[in-house]
Design a protein around this ligand. Structure first.
Ligand SMILES: [Zn+2]
Length: 262
């Protein structure tokens, strides 16, 4: 028993700057050194640079459509203290990404391929879920998020005078861990249902993405040309399909188990 005490002291010292808070999305008590205001400041810094580098779609109807879907999702999400922003950027690639603090970006190329509002809501709900579950912040704190820290530093240095595709392009390529992707899908389905969208939109969109990715993989790409595509930042699509089917129907297809990677 006696050796338990020094351990406790170390932990207390190491965590002197920590705050404990309940994460409603993950339903877990979490220790964090990043307050919400710090998180928003970090996201804002990068978002500002994304705005400089990646042009916004100059179509009010499209922006309004995405904003309206986003607001319905936010109204039922687990983290309502943030001010979320939703923005469609002019990029033909099928991609979407979010930044800490509630900044959600959707590419024009993804909107063009979404069959309806339910599929669009699936993508937006998934991105909002990354924010509510604080996935990026957790990676940032664990050291896996060096990418994010570097982005923030570069964004701060570059300011509005930056040119070329630097921070924005790299922000669009931030990837999450497999368990974060599956959690964002599960939360996304929950938010879709609560907001009155058909959660099967998550399934049909993932199938579409799977097909798109397979075609992309066989298509010729000049050496060195890498564009941020959804499949890069959101891998594990077969796993995700299975997890979403289980969430929706309680069971995945038998064929999915046969095809499951070991
Ligand atoms: Zn994701």
């Amino acid at each position: 028993m006696t050796h338990a005490l020094p351990m406790l002291c170390v932990w207390l010292v190491a965590c002197a700057g920590c705050q404990s808070q309940m994460n409603l999305a993950t339903q877990q008590e979490e220790y964090t050194i990043t307050s919400t205001s710090k998180e928003v400041a970090l996201g804002r810094k990068i978002a500002r640079q994304v705005h400089v580098e990646l042009p916004s779609v100059a179509d009010d109807a499209v922006q309004q459509r995405v904003r309206a879907i986003g607001e319905r999702i936010v109204a039922v999400c687990d983290r309502k203290e943030l001010v979320y922003t939703f923005e469609v950027i002019e990029d033909p690639e099928m991609n979407a990404f979010s930044l800490p603090g509630g900044y959600v970006f959707v590419n024009r190329g993804l909107i063009d391929r979404a069959a309806n509002d339910d599929e669009l809501a699936a993508v937006i709900a998934h991105e909002v879920a990354h924010v509510t579950a604080r996935h990026a912040v957790k990676r940032y704190e664990s050291g896996l998020g060096m990418q994010l820290a570097q982005l923030a530093a570069v964004a701060a240095r570059q300011g509005a005078a930056a040119s070329g595709l630097g921070v924005g392009m790299r922000a669009a390529q931030l990837a999450y861990a497999r368990q974060d992707e599956l959690e964002a899908d599960r939360l996304g389905v929950k938010y879709m249902k609560a907001a009155g969208f058909d959660p099967r939109g998550m399934l049909s969109f993932l199938k579409k993405l799977h097909e798109h990715t397979r075609q992309r993989n066989t298509a010729y790409l000049p050496r060195g040309v890498v564009r941020p595509q959804y499949a890069l930042t959101h891998p594990y699509i077969p796993d995700r399909l299975r997890a979403v089917k289980e969430t929706l129907y309680g069971v995945a297809d038998y064929i999915d188990y046969l095809n499951a990677p070991n």
